[in-house]
Design a protein around this ligand. Structure first.
Ligand code: NAD
Ligand code: ZN
Length: 359
């Protein structure tokens, strides 16, 4: 047995308003006046002076506003790296990603690609990166993905959607300030929050479960139920969902996700459906695999009056449907976790096709 030995985020600060400490936290990491801090910020904040005015740009520091309409691509990472190398006279002192999973994954990926040669597509997989990246900081502004704590940066390449999984990927510093999640739109809050709930369900019900994952997973699972089923204050919900995201991420770090994630990757690759909503669309039809939790999920949808798109696969060509099935089937560890070593006897192409056509 080879036990996983994995790195964690080195430093983390938590608290409402702690974003104010960002400047003093990063300043000692400045290499020199020519090595800037580069801020990747979700463009939803472009005109939000409350957030932008709290960032003190010094010397050559600058901001790049990032659209999170689409999930990060390898070509986007490579273009950002080229742009930074052209613009800056020295390797940056740090990359600071402020946003959701999209912006945080881009920040992680660019930080490691600044110090590893070649294209990011060459590093999609496990432990392919050779050199530590530049100092990188994650500041979530929406809670659920666990991207702030994970050792991956998920990217879509020309052939596949797969992360840069490595010991160099996790953030050196994370700022957890639940106040930054003010303003998240309700549906998006639900979809990204459900990513966390589904991480827990898939981790806790999987074959790879162990006490390390279980303890984190149970904590996050309970927090999600409080947030989405109880009547709590906004502040309680924001604080708890931010910590649920963290614990949910820690839970899957030592186990694996399952059926919803495998099938959602297929939806995302063929239809460009984003991770959070994609997971919800799939999970809504997974009674067979997660009976108790699909009931809880439907109750949560009802309480928050969430309606999901329907018939999204109905008009797909058979080629598209087959690609979707191929992508889902390629994720062996997820199926082994969810079903077991003999998963291929249960998860056939016909079975997946039937499930996709229900969605
Ligand atoms: P996101 O980053 O795509 O953001 C979703 C929407 O919320 C965007 O429109 C964004 O502008 C908006 N938003 C964010 N913060 C806001 C705020 N405070 N106020 C108003 N609007 C705000 O969503 P996400 O669900 O956090 O991330 C999805 C991405 O995360 C996917 O690319 C997925 O692959 C990735 N992911 C990564 C990991 C990992 O471990 N690295 C895990 C799960 C998912
Ligand atoms: Zn997820």
């Amino acid at each position: 047995m080879n036990f996983k030995n994995f790195p964690m985020v080195s430093k983390v600060v938590f608290g409402r308003g702690c974003f104010d400490q960002l400047n003093e936290i990063i300043e000692p990491k400045r290499q020199n006046e020519r090595a800037p801090f580069i801020y990747f910020i979700d463009d939803v904040f472009e005109h939000n002076s409350n957030l932008i005015s709290r960032i003190s740009l010094r010397y050559e520091d600058y901001i790049i506003f990032i659209s999170s309409k689409e999930e990060p691509k390898t070509t986007q990472v490579d273009a950002l790296v080229d742009d930074i190398i052209l613009k800056t006279k020295a390797l940056p002192s740090g990359i600071i990603g402020i946003g959701g999973g999209t912006v945080m994954d881009l920040a992680k990926a660019v930080s490691v690609m600044l110090t590893n040669n070649g294209l990011s597509e060459e590093y999609q997989g496990w432990d392919l990166l050779k050199t530590p990246g530049v100092y990188h900081v994650g500041v979530p502004t929406i809670s659920g993905t666990g991207a702030e704590v994970s050792r991956t940066a998920i990217l879509s390449g020309s052939k596949l959607k797969l992360g840069l999984n490595s010991d160099f990927t996790p953030f050196d510093q994370v700022i957890l300030d639940p106040e930054l999640t003010n303003g998240v739109e309700k549906n998006q809050w639900f979809y990204t929050g459900m990513d966390c709930f589904i991480h827990c369900v898939e981790s806790l019900n999987g074959n790879f479960i162990n006490t390390f994952s279980k303890t984190y997973g149970q904590m996050a699972y309970a927090l999600c139920q409080d947030v989405f089923l109880k009547d709590q204050t906004i502040e309680e919900n924001q604080d708890q969902l931010m910590m649920a995201s963290w614990h949910g991420g820690m839970s899957i770090a030592y186990s694996q996700v399952g059926v919803a994630h495998a099938m959602s990757y297929g939806l995302s690759f063929v239809l460009g459906i984003k991770h959070g909503i994609g997971n919800c669309i799939v999970f809504n039809h997974l009674e067979e695999f997660y009976p108790k939790d699909v009931v809880i999920f439907k109750n949560m949808m009802k309480k928050h009056k969430i309606t999901l798109p329907t018939d999204i696969c109905k008009s797909l060509s058979s080629k598209q449907l087959n690609t979707m099935i191929d992508v889902a089937l390629s994720l062996t560890p997820l199926w082994e976790n969810a079903i077991g070593k003999n998963w291929k006897t249960v998860i056939t192409r016909t079975k997946l096709e039937k499930l996709y056509l229900k969605m």
